[in-house]
Design a protein around this ligand. Structure first.
Ligand SMILES: [Zn+2]
Length: 131
């Protein structure tokens, strides 16, 4: 089922509305009346609006070096708010932490019950860093 246009417009319109809509959106997702991928996301570079599913999700992963017999030697994924999304039109990368709709996007993309692979149609990019 496609989400109502008023929901998409409402969610994309402003920082205040995006913040206020967090609970409403969670409820709509829970009721399966909207999918996270339907959420309208505005590019801050070209100002085009695309459903979230068309963006590319970019996450950094850092290696924690071994500290002896008991610690380290594993990878840690950055928190969602430190990730980027890439515009499907102009390919500009948008840092989630600086976005006006950060609270909504972080809350949705942090959900453990919905995998990101089901939200995004493009492959998710993981950049590994050993420094
Ligand atoms: Zn763009």
């Amino acid at each position: 089922m496609s989400s109502p246009t008023w929901v998409k417009t409402f969610l994309a319109s402003s920082d205040r509305k995006a913040h206020e809509s967090h609970e409403l959106l969670n409820e709509l997702v829970r009721l399966n009346t909207i999918t996270i991928g339907d959420l309208s996301v505005t590019c801050v570079a070209c100002w085009e609006v695309h459903p979230l599913r068309e963006w590319t999700f970019i996450q950094n992963r850092y290696y924690v070096y071994s500290t002896g017999c008991t610690g380290g030697d594993y990878w840690v994924d950055c928190k969602v708010e430190s990730c980027h999304i890439q515009c499907p039109s102009c390919h500009a990368k948008s840092y989630l932490y600086n976005r006006h709709d950060r609270d909504v996007l972080v809350a949705l993309l942090s959900r453990k019950d919905i995998s990101r692979e089901k939200i995004f149609v493009n492959p998710i990019i993981i950049t590994e860093n050993r420094s």
